[in-house]
Design a binder for this molecule. Sequence first.
Ligand code: BTN
Length: 320
Amino acid sequence: MKVKILEELKKNRGSYLSGEDLSKKFGVSRTAIWKYIKKLKEEGYIIESLTNKGYALLESPDILYPAEIEGLLDTEFIGREIIYLDSVDSTNSYAKRLGEKDFIDGTVIIAEEQISGRGRLGRDWVSPKSKGIWMTILLKPDIKPEQASQVTLIAAVAVMKGIKGVCDTDIMIKWPNDLVHNGRKLCGILTELGAEIDRINYLCVGIGINANSDEKDFGDLNTATSIKIASGLQADRKKIIAEVLKSFENYYSLFLKNGNISFMLDEYKKASANVGKEVRVITKDGEFKAVAEDISSNGHLLVRRDGGRIEEITSGEVSV
Ligand code: BTN
């Protein structure tokens, strides 16, 4: 009922709806309407109540309630089920627990805050409350485990497009899936899977976007930035989520149909901060300098080492 009243107020944003009309429309008492309005106000909605005129919605809060995102979402299956958490250890850990049970393909887990946000290579991910977009897309893809790393590159391109669709920010991709602005990291992606030898049971695509973080939120970390710092404007987190999920669905569906990411390689390479540059390759076996030459059709980085030998890097990261 609360959601229905909210929808009605949103349809008539800024104009007054009388308690009597609302009570007739939804078949509940005026007192019940008043109670739901009170609840919405407590949740942060700015609703003006005037005797003789009724209620008018003036502003929605910057909170990632599913009902708010659903109103902006234009997808078939990604984000059709949204789990909203005020606080969580990590949306990826939550998704993995859910993945072990039964879940709807395309479920999105969103949290305002992560207490133990996780990054790649065992690092921590700073996730201050309501400052960013900390979310995981939980998928059931019918692909082989060895194809999963390609979903990571899909997510990088999709997130870049999604953010650019809302904010005019210059973003590049640092292989495999960091989004950077002027060399500073704005978004990271952590893909994890639950699999058997030849099939995937679930795939978690964890996306961390520094949306409205301020310099002080990063402490000593001078390699990170946010959309707000980069653009000078407050980022609309709900719009960004809707755009990111839409573009992710487009690319991911094409990938499932084609079985590889060759359809978006040109786009990835165009956005690459590394291809054509000298890089330092960091793998679990050590570090070395090389020139990033190309990206293979399965998303691996091809580098030229001293002496001219081309090496295929399947995992790890590079620094410019
Ligand atoms: C990286 O190291 O670049 C990856 C960072 C991934 C962070 C996101 S935030 C949402 C999801 N939950 C996590 O604990 N991590 C990912």
